[in-house]
Design a binder for this molecule. Sequence first.
Ligand code: SF4
Ligand code: SF4
Length: 499
Amino acid sequence: MSTTEPDNVALNGPVVGRYRVIPLIEKGATAGMRPAVASKDVQEALALPGTLVADWQDKAIKRLGQLVKQRRGLRVFLDNCTKCGACTDKCHYFLGTRDPKNMPVARQDLIRSVYRRYFTLAGRLFPWLVGARTLNKALLQDWYTYFHQCSQCRRCTVFCPKGIDTSEVTMAGREILASIGLGQQYSQEIITKVKSIGNNLGMKPRALADVLENLEEDILDDTGVPVRLPLDDSRADVLLVTPSADFFAEPHVDGLIGYAKVLHQAGVRWTFSSQASEAANFALFTGQHDHMRDIALRIRNAAVDLAVSRIVIGECGHAWRVAYSYLDALVGPLDFLDPAHSRVEHICEVTHQLLTQGRITLDPQRNAGKVITYHDSCNVARGASMGQRAGGQFRIPRELLAASVPRVVEMSADTTKQKTFCCGGGGGLLTDDMMAVRIKGALPRAQALQSVVDSDEVTHLVAICAICKTQLSSVLPHYGLQHVQVTSLHHLVGDALVL
Ligand code: SF4
Ligand code: SF4
C-alpha cells in the first residue's frame, strides 16, 4: 500500500482509483454527519427516555460503569490499548472520510478517556497525564457522531495485536446514548416494528402471504415448475428465516426464489413463519441485549409452534452472526431440534450439503457470460463461521459459486475473507441521512472491485448479506461501477439449478 497521496483520489469526491492509500488526515471532515435522533414515540415504545434527560452526564457515567462491570470484554478493551497504531489505517470510514476520529483507536478513545476520568485512580488524580476527559456536551456530540460512523465490522480487530474489538466499544457507546434519550431513529424504529409486527418493514401476515403467492406465480411462469413458498406450514421440517428485503426488493428477491427452488428440488419440507418473518436483529447494532433477546425469541417461539426440527437462516450477515454466535446464549438451549441439526444452519450450508449429497444438480453454463467476484460480508467473515470445519464461511459460498458460474475472480487478498472491507452501510447505517458517509465508507471495496473489473471484466458482485446488497447497489454508481450487477448468491444458484 502506498503511503503517499495518488493523483487518482480526489480530496473530497468519491473517485474510485484502483489502489488503496493511507490518506492525509482532514480534521472534522465528517463532524457534521450524523443520523437522526430517535423520536420521543420510538424511544418510549422501547421503554427509553423520549428526549435527552436533564441529568444526562450522571446517567451516562453511571451506565458506563454498569456496562464495564457487566461486559468484562469491554473493560479489557478499554484498559489494554498500547496506542501502537496498527489499527489506524484499517477502517474503511477513515480511509474514505480522512477524519482522524474515524481511526479505530480514536473512536475507542471517545469512551476510554471518560472511563479513565471516572473509573481509574490515575484518571481521577492526573487526568492530563493519562488522556482522561470530562464528559461534556461537545464530547457527547462526538459520541453520537462517531459511534454512528462505525459499522461494527471488526476489521480493525483483525490487525490489533491486543485483539481489541472496536465494535463492542461502539455498541456500548450507542447503548449509553439510547439510555439517556439519544437513540438512533433508523435502528430504534426498526426494532419497534420487529417487536410489534414481526419484521423490519412492518409487513403484516396477510400482506406477506400475498407477496409469497405472487412469487409462486412468477416462478411457475418462468420455469413451468410449481415451486411453493409456504407460510406457517405445520407439516414442515425446516423453518427458514430470512431478511424481509428478500420478500420484495431487488436484488434480494431473486435470492429468495433461489432458496425456494433448491429446497423444492431436494424435496425438503420447509416453511416461512409469519411470527418470525425477519432474520435481522438490529439490537445487535444498538447494543441493547434485552431487545436482542426479545427479537431472537420470536425465532425460537416460531420454531416451537411449528414443531420444526431445523432452523435455517437466509442471506443476512448480521442475522447469521446473531444466530451462529449468540442464539444459544440468548434463547437456548435449542434442544427441540433434530440432534443431527442441533444448531441453526445457514442456507448456504444447506444448499452445499444438498449439492454434495447429489440431491441437487447445478449447471454453471446456465450462467454463461457472467464473471463473478465475491464480497465477504463482515458479520459472516469475522462474526461467525459456517459448516463443520473452520473457515467454512469462506469456503462454502465460494464452492457454491464455483459450481454455479463458469468464472469466479477473487478481489485482492487484503480485501477478502477475514480482511474483507465493510460495504460501508453495516451496523445500522443503511439510512438516507447517512448516505454521504456510506458512499465514502465504500471506497476501499469499490477500489478492489474496480481492479478486477479492469483486469478480468467482472460483471457481477455477489454477497450473502441484505445490507451489503442494498448498500452496494446504491453506492457503486457513485464510483462509476453501475454496470456491475450486485447479486444474491442464491440467485445464481437458482439460475444454475437443473429443475
Ligand atoms: S469496527 Fe469497522 S467500522 Fe468500526 S472502527 Fe473498526 S474497522 Fe472501523
Ligand atoms: S491496534 Fe489495538 S492496541 Fe494498537 S492502537 Fe489500535 S486498538 Fe490500540
